[in-house]
Design a protein around this ligand. Structure first.
Ligand SMILES: [Fe+2]
Length: 168
């Protein structure tokens, strides 16, 4: 990997659920690979292969999140699932367009994906992370050992908006 990364992963993106954090990191790595392939002109076949892997991995990741939300009776589940479905639909439309029109994957798309992911992790996923570690964990207990999934959120220097919101 050479040059500047499209999406620099930092601990700040952790939402405190180990498996989800690992998968988010994996998604960011694939997105950076796609960016590199396009920037370094590795060809449309290589780019398309990475895009396909990214879509596949995104589906797997979304199903993990959605099953954790189902198991913990997360109240925001439907709205969250809708966001996932909308993204998959948009990316699918793009894959079809790429096949039909032979257009190149643009930097505009890369930035769209990057911004979507950053915003989604920091807002919707983080909200679920907070729920999961409080109410959700109590309901989840007994179904699977939480130790397998939970990793404490690293302490933050500054209070974030959701901490102020919840009076933490
Ligand atoms: Fe999500």
């Amino acid at each position: 990997m050479s040059g500047k990364l499209l999406f620099q992963w930092t601990e700040e993106f952790n939402i405190g659920i180990d498996e989800i954090d690992e998968q988010h990191h994996g998604l960011v790595t694939l997105l950076n690979q796609l960016h590199e392939a396009i920037r370094e002109h590795h060809g449309s076949t290589a780019s398309r292969q990475i895009l396909d892997r990214l879509v596949e991995y995104t589906r797997t990741h979304f199903s993990l999140e959605e099953s954790l939300m189902r198991l913990t009776n997360y109240p925001g589940r439907d709205a969250h699932k809708q966001q996932h479905e909308d993204l998959i639909r948009q990316v699918q439309a793009l894959q079809t367009k790429l096949d039909e029109e032979w257009i190149a994957i643009s930097f505009e798309l890369l930035h769209f994906l990057k911004n979507w992911l950053m915003q989604h992790i920091n807002d919707s996923d983080r909200r679920f992370g907070i729920y999961f570690q409080t109410d959700g964990l109590q309901k989840y207990a007994g179904k699977v050992s939480p130790d397998e999934l939970i990793q404490p959120v690293p302490p933050k220097k500054k209070k974030r908006w959701w901490q102020r919101w919840f009076g933490w």
